[in-house]
Write a protein that binds this ligand. Structure first.
Ligand code: HEM
Ligand code: HEM
Length: 213
């Protein structure tokens, strides 16, 4: 083989798409205009659109999400960091109130209600950003089940928290309960909020364990 033929063969081999090339292509290839079918080859005699030349996996990734999507995802993630510490605080304070009623330490009283409002605020923010992103990501096939499972569990937790808070007892009721010989244990408020915290924790942890693409 002559040197020229060798150089040609070498050039052709290095032109085949590599992982790196495909990744770069994804950034270079323009997004398909709305309404354009991304699969399917171009009809005979027509020049295919650049994205139609890409392999399937790359074409699927060419579906883009807005900048807003990622901003909302950041807000969603940052808000989520507050969840578990607040749950713990809420439980410890609630348990003290349940066991001691009006005799409970001041910190428990000072913590339980504000922490409840913080949990409510956090869940409101994440319900709005989450549902918004769930709707926008409908066009993305990968990770759909993961997003839906997470969202449905969180919506169930939302309902549980609202119902649980509506069952919150008064200090007087707790004092009466202690008076009649029941200290600690379970109340409808505790049962519903603990169940909701459990569902929400599972829905949170699954996002870290289940990373499908
Ligand atoms: C009804 C309420 C909620 C809905 C509809 C919802 C929906 C979503 C959606 C669609 C995603 C995007 C997944 C992705 O693009 O990869 C997501 C991610 C996530 N959500 Fe939620 N969510 C809700 C509530 C919550 C709450 C209350 C928390 C925290 C306790 C939370 C924690 C997370 C985390 C940690 C992620 C992963 C973020 C990442 O991968 O960067 N979500 N959620
Ligand atoms: C995220 C979960 C929870 C939320 C959102 C929540 C919310 C609330 C709210 C809004 C009140 C009424 C406060 C007031 O009117 O002063 C309350 C009271 C109370 N909660 Fe919770 N709670 C939660 C978890 C718990 C848990 C796990 C327990 C028990 C272990 C508990 C025990 C109590 C008790 C005993 C009271 C009566 C407080 C008093 O003496 O005034 N809570 N809760």
């Amino acid at each position: 083989m002559s040197l020229a033929a060798l150089a040609l063969a070498q050039a052709l081999v290095s032109l085949t798409p590599t992982m790196e090339n495909t990744r770069l292509l994804r950034e270079l290839v323009p997004e398909a205009p709305p309404g354009v079918e991304l699969t399917g080859a171009a009809p005979f005699g027509e020049v295919p659109a650049p994205w139609a030349l890409l392999p399937d996996t790359v074409r699927r990734r060419a579906v883009t999400l807005s900048d807003g999507y990622y901003t909302r995802l950041d807000i969603h993630r940052i808000a989520s960091y507050g969840t578990l510490p607040l749950f713990l605080l809420e439980y410890l304070a609630g348990q003290k109130l349940l066991e001691e009623g009006s005799g409970a330490p001041l910190w428990a009283e000072k913590v339980h209600k504000p922490a409840a409002y913080l949990v409510a605020g956090l869940f409101t923010v994440n319900t709005v950003t989450g549902l918004w992103n769930l709707a926008e990501a409908q066009k993305v096939e990968s990770g759909k089940t993961r997003r839906w499972v997470h969202s449905i569990m969180m919506l169930a937790a939302d309902v549980g928290f609202i119902y649980g808070a509506s069952k919150a007892p008064s200090t007087q009721q707790i004092d009466d309960r202690i008076e009649s010989g029941t200290r600690g244990g379970w109340t409808p408020h505790k049962a519903t909020t603990v169940a909701s915290m459990g569902v929400a924790t599972a829905a949170l942890v699954m996002m870290y364990l289940w990373k499908d693409e």
